[in-house]
Design a protein around this ligand. Structure first.
Ligand code: SAH
Ligand code: SF4
Length: 346
């Protein structure tokens, strides 16, 4: 009989497991505490349990962990982690220090099916959705490795489209906010714009921050850059943004990757102002991070600043995101887990 992975169980399933094992209900709560707050890697580490109880549990259950395959540090302090999953797939997470913040950028899928033209993850196929514990475990594994430093913020901006893995991402968010006790205010979910999922997210998930990768101001250009736009064009996407129930004082972040000669003109900036009318918003401008084989170029600094100024003059908060970790291919859109490719190439 194969052993049960305690981390793969939902709260209810864990409660049933405890009951079926003839244990009192509070053991489930203790297990959650030790897995998610104390972040133990094995049942043997749960010192609150007697040796006998630990041995009994370990006979039929275990606690899974991501396998760290590689860890790279960039000159600016950014770190990239390559993790192996139980079935041999691999994913990447990035740790980004910035002033008083320590942000982890996590993956929601192995690969991505959205095929955005400017994104390296988009060039690999979708391998599979990550399970809730595989999403949460990126935070647990990295936290264990960097102690005593503490992760302050979490962004779903790694590999994959979180709203295309809706149920597992929602369950992961409940575990992160409920069991790990991280405030939803410190979590940002970034989506390429699967519009019908916005209201579902508002209804079913903790109140995390929403970021939308807009990246173009006309359907023609967005259709070309992001095939998702052919299904949910700008009008539909922005309607979903207008209807999204924002907690008081909260804004939607619009991410805008600036691609030289494609979407970076003053006309684009002016159209962007019109599109965002009536939406509590701020804009993150991300100059394109190049990678070998890409058809796009990063615009020069002058046109980035000009684009930003047009937005600022219209009283739109617009921040230029300095790219971090470029020397280890950890910057936005540069993730492409390829442990197995590299091994087979050797
Ligand atoms: N799939 C989600 C989250 C992951 S991508 C989404 O698309 O929102 C995170 C951000 O990286 C997105 O805003 C995306 O537009 C941006 N991005 C992708 N490739 C990039 C690149 N090569 N340079 C700069 N930003 C990029
Ligand atoms: Fe997927 Fe986001 Fe990359 Fe598009 S930008 S391919 S949605 S990870």
């Amino acid at each position: 009989m194969s052993k049960i992975n305690l981390k793969a169980l939902s709260k209810q399933e864990l409660a049933s497991f405890v009951k079926e094992s003839g244990l009192p209900a509070f053991r489930a709560k203790q297990l959650l505490h030790w897995m998610y707050e104390r972040r133990v890697e094995a049942i043997q580490e749960i010192t609150e349990f007697s040796k006998d109880l630990r041995e009994r549990l370990a006979e039929k259950a275990y606690i899974s962990n991501l396998e760290m395959l590689d860890r790279k540090s960039a000159g600016d302090g950014t770190e990239k982690f390559l993790f192996g999953l139980e079935d041999g797939e691999s994913i990447e997470s990035v740790l980004i220090p910035d002033e008083d913040r320590l942000t982890i950028c996590i993956s929601s899928q192995a690969g991505c099916a959205m095929c955005c033209r400017f994104c390296l993850t988009g060039t690999m196929a979708l391998k599979r959705n990550l399970l809730p514990h595989e999403i949460v475990d990126q935070i647990i594994s990295v936290s264990r490795m960097i102690g005593p430093r503490k992760i302050t913020n979490i962004v779903f901006m790694g590999m994959g489209e979180p709203l295309a893995n809706f149920d597992n991402v929602t369950e992961a968010l409940w575990r992160i906010t409920g069991d790990m006790k991280i405030s939803p205010k410190r979590i940002t979910l970034s989506t390429s714009g699967i519009a019908p999922k916005f209201s579902e997210l508002a209804n079913k998930a903790p109140k995390v921050k929403l970021a939308v990768s807009l990246n173009a101001t006309t359907d023609e250009i967005r259709d070309y850059l992001m095939p998702v736009n052919r299904t949910y064009p700008l009008k539909r996407l922005l309607e979903a943004c207008r209807e999204y129930p924002l907690p008081r004082g909260r804004r939607i972040t619009f991410e805008y990757v600036l691609l030289k000669g494609v979407n970076d003109t003053p006309q684009d900036a002016k159209r962007l102002i019109r599109l965002l009318k009536g939406i509590q918003s701020k804009v993150n401008l991300i100059p394109f991070n190049p990678y070998p084989g890409s058809e796009f170029e990063r615009p020069d600094e002058k046109s980035v600043l000009e684009f930003q100024n047009i937005l600022l003059n219209a009283h739109i908060t617009a921040i230029i995101r300095k790219s971090k970790g470029q020397d280890i291919s950890a910057a936005c859109g540069q993730l492409r887990a390829r442990y197995r490719d590299e091994r087979t190439a050797l």
